[in-house]
Ligand binder design. Structure first.
Ligand SMILES: O=C(O)CCC(=O)C(=O)O
Ligand SMILES: [Fe+2]
Length: 203
């Protein structure tokens, strides 16, 4: 874990993003996936919304995934174990990058076949405190033909953009600066499961 934390903070510092394969043990991934499937079958997931507060609305032309927010005071033991790992990531990034990250919020996400999330930034006027995005994929297997990549756009000095696609391979962690990297979820051909969260600069 020390080595992984070191890589995350170093690459966030120099590249604003990092992809880590095998961030969690297989056994842990399977357990989280099973828990998510159970909660889904219990009807706990809701259509994801965009915006916050009064402006919160369901806009399926923008995103059509389903989510279940994790409640900090009601975490299951598995969720608590994941939050613990994310907290280590938070501390490592703070040590190297001085971002003053204080807390975490996150949700399970399920993208049914055909669903997507169009290009966006995770940090915007209505949501200023999301500083670092942390995504963990829980899928059993994933290949190019399943599509559903996370597409990230990196602004280049000449004004163009470099595009990078990352497949939602199980156990893979993607971390990036929420206010700097526009991204989208391309339409998926297979059910796509993840935990998405944000490290924030407020409690
Ligand atoms: O699941 C992903 O790869 C990205 C999800 C995302 O961009 C979001 O929930 O804001
Ligand atoms: Fe996002």
């Amino acid at each position: 874990m020390e080595e992984i934390l070191d890589r995350i903070s170093a690459e966030i510092y120099s590249n604003s993003y990092v992809v880590i394969d095998g961030f969690i043990e297989e056994e842990f991934r399977v357990a989280l996936l099973e828990e998510q499937t159970r909660l889904l079958n219990e009807g706990k997931f809701r259509q994801a919304a965009v915006g916050t507060g009064d402006k919160k609305q369901i806009r399926t032309e923008i995103r059509n995934d389903q989510v279940l927010w994790m409640e900090a005071d009601q975490l299951t033991p598995l969720q608590a174990a994941y939050w613990d790992k994310v907290d280590q990531v938070r501390k490592a990034i703070n040590q190297r990058c001085f971002l003053g990250l204080k807390s975490f919020e996150g949700h399970f996400a399920r993208y049914p076949i055909g669903s997507f999330y169009i290009r966006h930034l995770d940090q915007f006027n209505q949501v200023p405190h999301r500083v670092v995005t942390v995504i963990l994929y829980l899928n059993d297997s994933w290949s190019q033909e399943d599509e559903g990549a996370l597409r990230m756009y990196f602004p280049q000095e000449d004004g163009s953009e470099r595009v990078e696609d990352v497949l939602p391979v199980g156990g893979r962690l993607v971390v990036f600066l929420s206010g700097e990297i526009p991204h989208e979820v391309l339409p998926t051909k297979k059910e796509r499961i993840s935990i998405t969260g944000w490290l924030k600069d407020i409690d």
